[in-house]
Design a protein around this ligand. Structure first.
Ligand code: NAI
Length: 392
């Protein structure tokens, strides 16, 4: 189990490019990086194309205003002058800027964490690989769904031969959130996604299926993709040549086959990502709507549901497990919501703001006392032979 203690000597001084107030993904980066206060500390940012909004946002995050920058070039140059300058940077801008920012970051001597799809061309990837090697730096990609504990379980079970030889790989990242074409013109985070100059040569293949394709590489590292066949469509015609739906067939070197369905026009479906690996003896299946369950199906036997954090899992699935069994993924969001309300309550009390205190819903002293009373009254009732007792 992992309870957030440090795994490295001290946190990296870290900066962000993009990921500002209006961005879809920025909060996830900050939460992921800084949840434990032991891996990364956010010191500098060029959050936004709009500098005034970047400054206002950074100040709202209690950042040092001096270290909020109008653009990444200024940030890299100014931070390099400081003894306590950033050592790593996050790139959370629309796709077309990943390459230039990544290159500049490496040239500035920074480790990089970059959004997907990484770049537009393999040659750009090779150039960055050579530069990273030359500079002695790491480049990481935020395939953010791939850290779930049960994907590590899936990987170790496949490697241990628990399903036999892998024969079929069934992948799907298909939702319906781009069914309405008006979003293409109106929603900031959608406009660039359907513009080839900004999104790259694809829409859903890059935006969605890169995640799920990486998941297949993660759980089946032994499989080498040999050939693929793709059929892609723009059901919203104005998106052409960018697809909003695609089917891909795959052939692997060992004879295994696979398929991927990527879609943003799968109307009404909320379950998004599925991965099923079929072997000669058994299959494993996981989906991100129920991330705490892994389904293990041995031919001829009833389906088994393996649950996150249980002792019967392999050590790989427990190494980064943070919550303990019976405390499900998402519980920390609940704790965070409560702690935010606790702080608001304390602040309102300090300021004598009764209106806020009266409207804020959180477990306060009265609810704590109700809990004591609940226990005492239950005990009293039971000890009297199971009789009705007044609660108050
Ligand atoms: P968005 O359009 O919602 O936000 C982009 C942000 O970057 C905005 O705050 C914008 O002002 C800022 N920005 C743009 N150019 C900039 C520049 N040159 N310097 C500084 N800031 C700049 O886009 P969204 O959804 O946040 O996506 C950003 C990237 O993250 C994309 O590459 C996307 O594919 C990826 N993404 C990844 C996800 C994941 O699960 N890993 C989820 C969602 C998006």
């Amino acid at each position: 189990m992992f309870i957030g203690e440090k795994k490295i000597a001290r946190p990296f001084r870290w900066g962000i490019v993009g990921g500002g107030r209006t961005s879809g993904v920025g909060y996830k980066h900050r939460l992921g990086a800084m949840r434990d206060n032991t891996s990364f500390e956010l010191k500098a940012a060029a959050f936004d194309l709009d500098f005034a909004r970047c400054v206002d946002f950074g100040k709202n995050l209690n950042m040092d205003e001096e270290r909020l920058y109008p653009d990444y070039k200024t940030m890299f140059a100014e931070e390099a002058k400081r003894e306590d300058g950033i050592e790593a940077v996050d790139i959370a801008t629309p796709n077309f800027q990943h390459f230039e920012v990544c290159k500049a970051a490496l040239e500035a001597g920074l480790h990089v964490i970059c959004e997907k799809p990484l770049f537009f061309k393999v040659e750009e990837g090779e150039e960055i690989k050579a530069l990273a090697e030359k500079m002695g730096k790491i480049v990481c990609v935020t395939y953010g769904f791939s850290g779930f504990d049960l994907l590590s379980q899936m990987r170790s079970m496949i490697q241990n031969g628990d399903i036999g030889e892998v024969t079929m790989v069934d992948l799907r990242y298909a939702h319906g959130f781009a069914c309405d074409p008006t979003g293409d013109k109106q929603a900031e985070g959608q406009k660039w996604r359907v513009d080839p100059a900004k999104s790259g040569p694809s829409f859903v293949l890059g935006d969605l299926s890169t995640h799920t394709f990486y998941m297949s590489e993660l759980v089946c590292p032994q499989l080498k993709l040999k050939q693929l066949l793709c059929d892609r469509q723009s059901f919203i015609k104005s998106r052409a040549p960018l697809e909003d739906n695609a089917y891909v067939l795959m052939r692997y070197e060992n004879g295994a086959v696979g398929r991927m369905w990527a879609s943003a026009v799968n109307a009404g479906d909320m379950s998004s990502q599925h991965i099923r690996i079929v072997g000669t003896k058994a299959s494993l299946e996981w989906n991100d709507m129920h991330p705490d369950e892994l389904y293990y199906e041995v031919q001829g036997k009833p389906r088994q549901t393996l649950v996150r954090a249980m002792d019967y899992l392999n050590p790989e699935a427990l190494e980064y497990e943070r919550l303990g069994a019976l405390h499900y993924t998402g519980l920390i969001d609940s704790w965070s919501n409560l702690y935010t309300r606790f702080a608001i309550a304390m602040d309102a009390k300090n300021r004598g703001d009764e209106e806020t205190l009266n409207s804020l819903v959180y477990p306060d002293l009265e609810h704590g006392i109700d809990g004591i009373r609940w226990v005492l009254k239950c005990v009293e009732s039971a000890d009297k032979g199971g009789v009705w007792v007044d609660f108050k």
